[in-house]
Design a protein around this ligand. Structure first.
Ligand code: SAH
Length: 239
């Protein structure tokens, strides 16, 4: 090898080692890789696109800086306001279950940190996300702007009523627990569309339930026991 080329390569390695920013990003990429193998692929997620996207989205930038080191672990983390960012496996599971296409338009209820919306936005054309807690909606909006997610639209509102203006949606994902499926969301789902929601007691455990709209009828499948924070607002009042 030419000595000049060797010097260039050596300086590159020394510089990247000395630069803490680059080094830290490498560490996160390594942790992300481990997460994919151990908790996502390792637990049965097969969809290539879901695996690819979860290996790419910087989950550590969706949590408080103090929690970044834990961002790729197999559990939910606090995001303020008593809310949580879901466990990575659950994000992958729900995303896979929706069988998304690149041309889809998706509605999310419960923006939270914005991580699930970012994962969706890497797969589909447009994501509409509603968050009832104003500070979380504002933080997520800032985060999307900083990370360049132009196709995620955030609304601060009660997601119970959906987002009529942009309906119908190809898929709807509810990331807070409810004891029934909000009727407006069923109405805003297009024919053939899929909706996933943690359904059951909002205090303890729920069942991830997948609903497919078929010729006006609903095809319902119960998929996985989960524990989500409750959906508040109108959903909390109705039985
Ligand atoms: N998807 C999020 C995690 C959501 S935690 C993420 O990737 O980080 C559940 C979120 O739903 C919380 O932020 C909570 O404030 C929100 N939420 C609860 N009830 C809601 C409602 N009625 N409409 C919209 N958002 C709601």
């Amino acid at each position: 090898m030419h000595p000049l080329i060797r010097t260039i390569i050596m300086s590159f390695f020394i510089l990247s080692w000395l630069s803490p920013g680059v080094h830290a990003e490498d560490q996160y990429a390594l942790k992300r890789g481990t997460m994919i193998e151990r908790d996502i692929k390792g637990r049965g997620i097969k969809d290539k696109k879901v695996l690819e996207v979860m290996a790419k989205v910087p989950r550590h930038l969706f949590v408080d800086p103090a929690l970044r080191g834990k961002a790729y672990e197999d559990y939910p983390l606090p995001i303020g306001e008593g809310q949580t960012i879901s466990q990575p496996y659950i994000v992958a599971f729900m995303t896979e279950a929706l069988r998304l296409k690149p041309t889809d338009r998706v509605l999310e209820i419960g923006t939270g940190s914005g991580y699930q919306a970012a994962v969706l936005a890497e797969i589909v054309k447009e994501v509409y996300s509603i968050e009832i807690r104003k500070p979380l909606a504002e933080d997520a909006r800032t985060r999307f702007r900083n990370l360049g997610y132009k196709y995620i639209h955030v609304k601060h509102d009660d997601g119970y009523y959906g987002w009529e203006k942009h309906a119908p949606f190809d898929a709807i994902i509810v990331t807070a627990a409810a004891n029934h499926i909000p009727t407006p969301l069923i109405k805003q789902l297009r024919e053939g569309g899929r909706l996933i929601i943690p359904l059951g007691s909002t205090l303890y455990y729920q069942t991830l339930t997948l609903v497919t709209k078929k010729k006006g009828d609903l095809d319902v499948a119960q998929l996985l026991p989960v524990a989500f924070v409750p959906m508040v607002g109108e959903a909390g009042k109705k039985k």
